[in-house]
Design a protein around this ligand. Structure first.
Ligand SMILES: [Zn+2]
Ligand SMILES: [Zn+2]
Length: 257
């Protein structure tokens, strides 16, 4: 694995280390193509900013720091600067305009909330048995994929739906088909592996296998040592073999500039 487009920084408030430490660790692990994708800043119309995302006031420093480092290490590693962002239906046009204006080169889709994320924030991890919430997640993700601006879908299986298999299959099949039709890969998320979370969820990857949608890997580093992760890589490769996934390797990065 010589690529990783899922890297956070301390600016989101729940990651640590310096930007340079992430880069040094990635170079050490043999990463040649790296992307910073911190949680995208956005100011809602009433001035509110989600506190587990980067704040607008820190965006300038993010680009300055990583731009300087990419020059410094240009002979060792390719670095792209972007964001991980939700598809929030009521705000999406403004969110996109905002990240383009502040200089983002690419985006990955990380749907941590089922819809608008504010003021009625419902986490994708707390869908529970609600079919309505689950399908809201599915709709948001599919709209995000269809927008054509996201290079891939991070942790597609982050939706924690505890209802029937039949409903889960129907929703996730739509996401996998959307991924296949738009040629936007879904990610096996290494943070989920590392932390023993409920994703990667076998229930999801069984469906991805049937649909044959493109699959990529993402380290989701929130601390420098995770900017390479050989142990989780073995598990991710096991998923690819076990479910005979359509693993494409490095994703094609869609430029939004
Ligand atoms: Zn995070
Ligand atoms: Zn995420």
């Amino acid at each position: 694995m010589d690529y990783n487009y899922h890297t956070h920084t301390y600016r989101c408030g729940h990651a640590n280390g310096s930007d340079e430490e992430y880069i040094l660790r990635a170079i050490d692990g043999g990463i040649k193509h790296m992307g910073f994708s911190d949680h995208a800043p956005f100011m809602f119309p009433d001035g509110y900013e989600i506190d587990c995302h980067m704040q607008m006031a820190d965006a300038k420093g993010y680009f300055e720091s990583i731009n300087a480092l990419r020059k410094k290490y240009a002979d060792k590693i390719d670095i792209a600067i972007g964001f991980e962002m939700e598809y929030m239906p009521s705000h999406f046009d403004k969110m996109l305009e905002n990240v383009k204006n502040i200089g983002a080169e690419y985006l990955i889709l990380g749907q941590h909330y089922i819809a608008d994320g504010y003021p009625d924030a419902i986490g994708s991890g707390s869908i529970k048995e609600s079919e309505e919430r689950f399908f809201t997640y599915v709709d948001s993700v599919c709209s995000g994929i269809e927008s054509g601006v996201f290079s891939y879908l991070a942790h597609p299986d982050m939706a924690k739906f505890t209802g029937s298999d039949e409903i889960y299959r129907a929703g996730m099949k739509r996401i996998c088909q959307c991924s296949l039709e738009n040629n936007i890969p879904v990610e096996i998320n290494f943070l989920g592996i590392r932390d023993g979370r409920f994703y990667p969820n076998p229930r999801f990857w069984e469906i991805a296998k049937e649909v044959g949608c493109p699959v990529t890997f993402g380290l989701d580093a929130h601390t420098p040592k995770d900017a390479y992760d050989g142990d989780s890589l073995k598990v991710a490769e096991w998923f690819v073999r076990k479910y005979k996934l359509n693993y494409i390797g490095k994703p094609d990065i869609i430029s939004i500039q």
